[in-house]
Write a protein that binds this ligand. Structure first.
Ligand SMILES: Nc1ncnc2c1ncn2[C@@H]1O[C@H](COP(=O)(O)OP(=O)(O)OP(=O)(O)O)[C@@H](O)[C@H]1O
Ligand SMILES: [Mg+2]
Length: 328
């Protein structure tokens, strides 16, 4: 069963947090809402959870209507789990009680101990049941929050930037662990983030949002290679643009030699190296060409000297027409 959203909209006073939106979140898939701060991700997630009341529209899960102008199912009856950025654990409750709380809140009364222990085992926290949140690291606290959300085997798990309070190394680790657990448990996930790497690496489907609107929905490959909007092209990865701001290509597609046969298939440009940054596995090279005012970015295996004149090639197959600009 899919989660379906029809004409869902929400304003706070004069400002529109979410324009009327239609969406489907597919069962068994990992779907991500991606967009910059303030674009309406949390508002949309909270409406799905039942924590925020929509102004217009309808939310249903399969045949089951969760919200319409005539009906409103309360959060704990929706059968969803939720993981928040700040973990939202009860400080006065032990790990066991925190997870059990999630199960009781969903109205389940039987087999609580087994469900808690099973969930804690999944997140590798067995033996820590009696600890309090302040006796755990940030990563462990987030595992408890995850266990609490999934202990009831929810039909949908909602995540709101669950990793952003963690340091970079832990964030990468937890990202892989959450991905693994969601897939292993066969859960359906809707994940909110403003981090494009997180979105691309975890998701089956990415929904890119901007100013309360959905701009593009697609697989990570699809939104990276075929952005339908300049905002998407710029927000997802690095982009180089031709004059006019319609055609773009990614930095990894700039090559420094014509490459045999490919020469007929490539455009060539004279450029000057204006800046070189070493990033470990390669050098990031900023290029100035007379063709465009905006700099281009390219990758090179060795350090080039700033001021060097180079000829670069862009294979035609990697040029992508993005469509009209964001002026509405
Ligand atoms: N309770 C509220 N009262 C008034 N305005 C609100 C409220 N909640 C959200 N907004 C506004 O609605 C818009 C969308 O906010 P939202 O929190 O959904 O964005 P977001 O995409 O989750 O951003 P972030 O990445 O910073 O968490 C913003 O302009 C915000 O200021
Ligand atoms: Mg938010």
């Amino acid at each position: 069963m899919d989660l379906n959203i029809r004409g869902l909209g929400k304003s706070f006073g004069e400002s529109i947090a979410l324009h009327k939106t239609d969406l489907s979140i597919r069962q068994g898939k990992f779907t991500t809402l991606l967009g910059p701060s303030g674009c309406g991700k949390t508002t949309l997630l909270r409406m799905i959870a039942g924590l925020e009341r929509p102004d217009t529209g309808e939310i249903s899960f399969g045949e089951d209507i969760l919200f319409s102008q005539k009906k409103e199912v309360p959060p704990h009856k929706r059968g969803f789990g939720m993981v928040f950025q700040d973990f939202a654990l009860w400080p006065h409750m032990t790990v066991f009680e925190n997870v059990a709380f999630g199960i009781r809140a969903a109205g389940r009364k039987d087999g609580i101990r087994e469900k808690v222990m099973e969930a804690l085992d999944k997140v590798k926290l067995s033996g820590m049941e009696e600890r309090y949140p302040h006796q755990l690291s940030g990563g462990q606290q987030q595992r408890v929050a995850f266990a609490r959300a999934v202990a009831i085997r929810p039909r949908l798990v909602l995540f709101d930037e669950p990793l952003s309070a963690l340091d970079a190394v832990l964030r990468d680790e937890m990202r892989l662990e959450m991905m693994y657990l969601v897939r292993e448990m066969g859960l359906t996930a809707l994940y909110v983030t403003h981090d494009q790497i997180e979105a691309m690496s975890m998701s089956d489907e990415v929904i890119v949002m901007h100013s309360g609107k959905v701009l593009q929905i697609g697989t990570p490959e699809n939104i990276y290679n075929l952005p339908n909007h300049p905002f998407v092209a710029r927000f997802i990865g690095k982009s180089n643009w031709l004059a006019g701001g319609v055609s773009m290509f990614r930095p990894e597609h700039i090559v420094f030699s014509p490459g045999g046969q490919e020469s007929q298939e490539s455009y060539s440009y004279s450029a000057i190296v204006t800046q070189v940054s070493y990033v470990g596995d390669r050098y990031e090279v900023r290029l100035h060409t007379d063709e465009v005012r905006e700099h281009w970015l390219a990758y090179y295996p060795e350090r080039l000297r700033e001021g060097t004149k180079v000829t670069v090639y862009v294979p035609k197959q990697h040029l992508h027409q993005v469509g009209e600009s964001l002026k509405d």
